[in-house]
Write a protein that binds this ligand. Structure first.
Ligand code: IPM
Ligand code: MN
Length: 365
């Protein structure tokens, strides 16, 4: 059975980076004989232009019919003045809600060959390997009521139920078991009631995981620690807004926002997207880094595709290309050769073929 992937290139650099992710998925499929079948659909600003709304019905239907969705990015300054519901971002939020993936996994690791691209001293950042588990369907992003009660007063609702906290906490603890068995739960329990509930429920869930160490960290302290001692974290568990902020901040560990992938799981259809946005300032110029999208494709192979070996090989291909000096503009040090988006995709593709052929040669012996 082919793996059915709905591609949603979206806005800005989205089409460029998803094209490279699709290139790599296609190559993996060819090499390992597990076919992938793509379809492509509009979302975000592009969908507003072509269909009058950010999440057309055709797009949603195709996504619900797929095994996984791979999205590029949404957002454009053209829609800056519009209310949230009429912006490209509304399409993404509606899609997340419809697909149901409440657990947003955002790994950030320090790639050995990019240590000097980070703002950290090597001894502080080496070995940093963080997984942010962000609650994706609740909290301030979706809480009702929301709106303007007058032109001068606006409000949003921060609401979490026990079951929402419990299910995301379980994902964090389960994943910690496959890693270094530590969970840092970020909250603001010294001020917010939702955080007090969050802390209570996370503490209760932790009782089912005596082998995993839990610490509660205030969100401000957490941000500070991420900026000073990133290697002190394993899994960070956070609500929707805190997780959004921390996951961009965690880019400092990787050296560029452009390399960070994400997966949203636990719902009807899994959604994969790079953490970076649409970056309209560099769109269409081949300057974007496709690694976030390609690494998202690797997560897709592992988590939806049930193809862990192929995921590992794709991630190793990324490491290999980086170690060999492949650099898009965001990663290049002064004087280093800069690859285009497509050249970076090709460099990773070559590394992938090499790794595959090597393994194949071993097996043949
Ligand atoms: C992200 C983005 C989105 C979010 C925006 C585009 C709605 O910042 O995926 O982190 O806030 O979740
Ligand atoms: Mn974000």
């Amino acid at each position: 059975m082919p793996l059915k992937v709905a591609l949603l290139p979206g806005d800005g650099i989205g089409p460029e980076v998803t094209a490279e992710a699709a290139r790599l998925l296609t190559r993996v499929a060819d090499l390992y004989g597990h076919p992938v079948q793509f379809s492509s659909h509009a979302i975000g600003g592009e969908a507003i232009e072509r269909h009058g709304r950010p999440l057309p019905e055709e797009t949603l239907a195709a996504c619900l019919d797929a095994d996984a969705v791979l999205l590029g990015a949404v957002g454009h300054p053209r829609y800056e003045g519009r209310p949230p519901a009429e912006r490209p971002e509304a399409g993404l939020l509606a899609l997340r809600q419809a697909l149901g993936g409440f657990a947003n996994l955002r790994p950030a690791l320090c790639h050995p060959s990019l240590v000097d691209r980070t703002p950290f001293r090597a001894d502080r950042v080496q070995g940093a390997d963080i997984l942010i588990v962000r609650e994706l369907l609740g909290g301030l992003y979706f809480g009702e009521p929301r709106g303007f009660s007058s032109p001068d007063t606006a409000f949003n609702t921060l609401v979490y139920s026990r079951s929402e906290v419990e299910r995301i906490a379980r994902v964090a603890f389960d994943l910690a078991r496959g890693r270094r068995r530590r969970v840092a739960s970020a909250d603001k329990a010294n001020v917010l009631e939702t955080s007090r509930l969050w802390r209570t429920v996370v503490t209760e869930v932790a009782r089912d995981y005596p082998d995993v160490a839990l610490e509660h960290v205030y969100i401000d302290t957490c941000a500070m620690r991420l900026a000073t001692a990133p290697a002190s974290f394993d899994v960070i568990l956070a609500d929707n807004l805190f997780g959004d902020i921390l996951s961009d901040q965690a880019a400092s560990v990787a050296g560029s926002l452009g390399v960070l992938p994400s997966a949203s799981i636990g719902g009807q259809v899994d959604l994969y997207e790079p953490v970076h946005g649409s970056a309209p300032d560099i769109a269409g110029q081949g300057l974007a880094n496709p690694i976030g999208a390609i690494a998202s494709a690797a997560m897709l192979l592992r988590l939806t595709g049930g193809r862990p070996h192929e995921a590992d090989v794709l991630e190793r291909a990324i490491e290999t290309a980086l170690a060999a000096g492949a650099r898009t503009r965001d990663l290049a040090a002064p004087g280093e050769r800069i690859l285009s988006t497509r050249e970076m995709g090709e460099a990773i593709e070559h590394a992938l073929v090499d790794i595959h052929d090597h393994q194949h040669a071993y097996h043949a012996v």
